[in-house]
Design a binder for this molecule. Structure first.
Ligand SMILES: Nc1ncnc2c1ncn2[C@@H]1O[C@H](COP(=O)(O)OP(=O)(O)OP(=O)(O)O)[C@@H](O)[C@H]1O
Ligand SMILES: [Mg+2]
Length: 512
C-alpha cells in the first residue's frame, strides 16, 4: 500500500494500524483492501462521499461486525474485537453516526450505562447514584452543557443528546476516540467547545478519528486526512498539504463544477394569493406570533440559530403541534391542521429534521419508504401497486443519486446520507405545492449538497413554494428568494434575495 509522505514516516509504529480490510454485504462491496493509520496525539479526518464506507470501516474496527479479511494492530498487537464493548475494553471509545443511547433512561444513566459507579464494601456494594450524577455533570460541564442529568434523555433536544453521547465516549478513559459525524446537529458554539476538548485530548496523546461533511471543520481541527471512495482507499494526506479543492477531487474522483445558481428576488404579482400565509400564528412557550407568507415559486429561507424557533415554526404549520394564537391560510382559505395528514391533504409536505425519529422506517425497503407519503396522501382507498411504487422509487433513486444495492433493500442498511436523500425523495414524490425542508442536507456530502441546492432552485422554478431551513447559512442565502430571520422564538425581520450571511447574522444579533 502506498502512503503519501508525512512526518510520522520515521515513526515505526502507529498506535492503530489497519491493513487490507475488506467487507462485503450481500451484493455490496462496502470496503476493499482499506488501510488506516492512527498515531498518538493526532486528530485524523476520515473523509468520503455518502456510501464511501466510512461508517463501515468504523464498525469493523469497533467490533460491530467482523471484517471479511484484513488485519488490525493496536500498539503492535493484533486485535479482533467481537463487540463495541470489547473495543472499549481495548481502549477504543466510539460515538456512532446513529446515536444509540436509551431515550427512556436518565442522562447520567446513559453516560454510565454498563459501568455504574459503585460504593460500599466488596460484597455489599450499591450503585452510587449521587456520585454518578455528579460525575455526569462534570463530564457535560467540560462541553459547557449544564442540564439536569436526572431527567430522561428524550426530554432534551437532539443536539443535547449528541453531546451526551460525546460525554459518554469521553468519560471512558481511552487511547483511541472515534467520532462518526458528531457535529451534524451541533451549532457553532457547541462545535467550538467540542473542538477545545478534542485539542486537549490530542495534547494528552489520544488518537482521534473524526468523520464530518463540513470541510471547514476538517481544516479547523485535523492533522491528517484519509480519503475513501467507493469502499477503496484513495490516500492518506497531511491536512496542511491538501487544500479543499484537492480534497473534494480526491473524494469525488473528479473536479466539482463551481456552484451555480443563486436565488434572485421574486417580485410577487399584485393581488397574488400566497400558497401559505401565517397571520400571528404562535404557540405559547414555543413560538411568538409570526406573520409569514410564501408564494408559488418562492423559496423562503428561515435564518436563525439553533433554538431560534425554526423547527417550531415548521411543526406548527404542518399540524405537528397546535397553535394557540393566530391563523393559517392556504390559498387564502383559513385552515386548521390537527394532524400532518390534514396538511398533506392540502398539498403540504414536510421533510423533518430528525430522520431517525420522525422519518425512516428502517425495516421497510427503499421503495416502500419513498412511496410512504404519497400513499398516505391517496388514503386507504387507493393503494399504489408494487409497480407504481417501483417506478416512483427508481425515478428518485436516479434523480437524487441514492446509493443502494436495489430499491428492495431495507432502508436501514443504507449509509446515513443516502437515508437522508430517500427522505427528501419521499416528500418530492407527493409533488407538494408547498414543501417545508428542515435541514435537508444534514449528513449529505459536499457534492450531493450542491446537487440538492440546485434541485430546490429547480423545484421553485417549476412553481413549488418552499420553506427552507438549514444551519448552514451559506445554503440559506443561496437558495432563498426571501429570508425570514428568527431569534429567541420570534421573527425579527426579513431580508431580500442575495443578502450576505453577514447580513443575516447581523439581524440575528441586532439589539439582542
Ligand atoms: N449492514 C449493511 N448491510 C448492507 N449494506 C450495508 C450495510 N451497512 C452499510 N452498507 C452499505 O455499505 C456502503 C457503505 O456504507 P457506509 O455506511 O459505510 O457509508 P458512509 O461512508 O458512512 O456514508 P455516509 O456519509 O452517508 O454516512 C453503502 O453502500 C451501504 O449501503
Ligand atoms: Mg456514515
Amino acid at each position: 500500500m502506498v502512503y503519501r509522505e508525512h512526518p510520522h514516516d520515521d515513526c515505526p509504529q502507529p498506535l492503530l494500524r489497519l491493513s487490507g480490510v475488506s467487507k462485503q454485504f450481500s451484493g455490496v462491496r462496502a470496503l476493499h483492501d482499506v488501510g488506516l493509520r492512527l498515531f498518538p496525539g493526532e486528530v485524523h479526518a476520515l473523509m468520503g462521499q455518502n456510501g464511501a464506507g466510512k461508517s463501515t470501516l468504523i464498525k469493523v474496527l469497533t467490533g460491530v461486525f467482523p471484517a471479511d479479511g484484513g488485519e488490525m494492530l493496536l500498539g503492535g498487537q493484533a486485535i479482533a474485537p467481537a463487540s463495541p464493548q470489547d473495543a472499549q475494553a481495548l481502549g477504543i471509545s466510539t460515538v456512532y453516526q446513529e446515536v444509540n443511547l436509551c431515550p427512556n433512561l436518565s442522562v447520567a444513566e446513559n453516560i454510565f450505562a454498563g459501568r455504574y459507579p459503585r460504593k460500599g464494601p466488596i460484597g455489599a456494594w450499591r450503585i452510587d447514584w449521587a456520585g454518578m450524577n455528579r460525575q455526569a455533570e462534570e463530564w457535560l460541564a467540560k462541553l459547557n452543557i449544564r442540564i439536569d442529568v436526572t431527567r430522561r434523555l428524550d426530554s432534551y433536544a437532539v443536539a443535547v443528546q449528541q453531546m451526551v453521547a460525546i460525554a459518554r465516549a469521553l468519560s471512558v478513559s481511552a487511547k483511541v476516540l472515534i467520532l462518526d459525524e458528531p457535529t451534524s446537529s451541533l451549532d457553532e458554539d457547541e462545535v467550538a467547545r467540542l473542538f477545545d476538548v478534542l485539542r486537549r485530548l490530542r495534547g494528552e496523546g489520544m488518537a482521534i478519528l473524526f468523520v464530518t461533511h463540513f470541510l471547514e471543520q476538517v481544516y479547523a481541527i485535523s492533522d491528517r486526512i484519509t480519503v475513501l471512495r467507493n469502499g477503496e482507499l484513495v490516500g492518506e494526506y497531511q491536512a496542511a498539504m491538501l487544500g479543499p479543492t484537492a480534497l473534494i477531487t480526491a473524494m469525488v474522483g473528479r473536479e466539482l463544477a463551481a456552484s451555480q445558481g443563486q436565488a434572485q428576488a421574486r417580485p410577487v404579482p399584485a393581488g397574488a394569493v400566497p400558497v401559505l400565509e401565517m397571520k400571528g400564528l404562535g404557540e405559547r412557550g414555543q413560538l411568538q406570533p409570526v406573520d409569514l407568507s410564501v408564494h408559488a415559486g418562492e423559496v423562503v429561507g428561515l435564518g436563525g440559530l439553533l433554538g431560534s424557533g425554526r423547527t417550531e415554526l415548521a411543526r406548527l404549520l404542518f399540524g405537528l403541534s397546535s397553535a394557540d394564537s393566530g391563523e393559517l391560510r392556504v390559498d387564502g382559505q383559513a385552515v386548521a391542521f390537527k394532524t400532518p395528514a390534514d396538511a398533506v391533504r392540502h398539498g403540504l409536505g414536510l421533510c423533518p429534521e430528525e430522520r431517525k425519529a420522525d422519518g425512516i422506517v428502517a425495516e421497510l425497503s427503499v421503495r416502500e419508504n419513498i412511496a410512504l407519503a404519497l400513499q398516505a396522501r391517496h388514503g386507504m382507498g387507493k393503494f399504489l401497486s408494487r409497480e407504481q411504487q417501483a417506478e416512483l422509487a427508481e425515478r428518485y433513486v436516479k434523480r437524487l443519486g441514492i446509493k443502494t444495492a436495489s430499491i428492495d433493500t431495507p432502508i436501514g442498511l443504507l449509509s446515513g446520507g443516502n437515508q437522508q436523500k430517500a427522505m427528501l425523495a419521499r416528500w418530492l414524490a407527493t409533488e407538494p405545492r408547498l414543501l417545508v425542508l428542515d435541514e435537508p442536507t444534514r449528513g449529505i456530502d459536499v457534492a450531493a449538497k450542491q446537487e440538492i441546492m440546485d434541485e430546490i432552485l429547480a423545484l421553485a422554478e417549476g412553481g413549488m413554494a418552499v420553506v427552507f431551513i438549514s444551519s448552514e447559512m451559506s445554503e440559506v442565502v443561496r437558495v432563498s428568494n426571501r429570508i425570514a430571520v428568527l431569534r429567541d422564538r420570534r421573527k425579527v425581520g426579513e431580508l431580500p434575495a442575495g443578502s450576505s450571511e453577514q447580513a443575516v447574522y447581523h439581524l440575528i444579533a441586532a439589539d439582542a
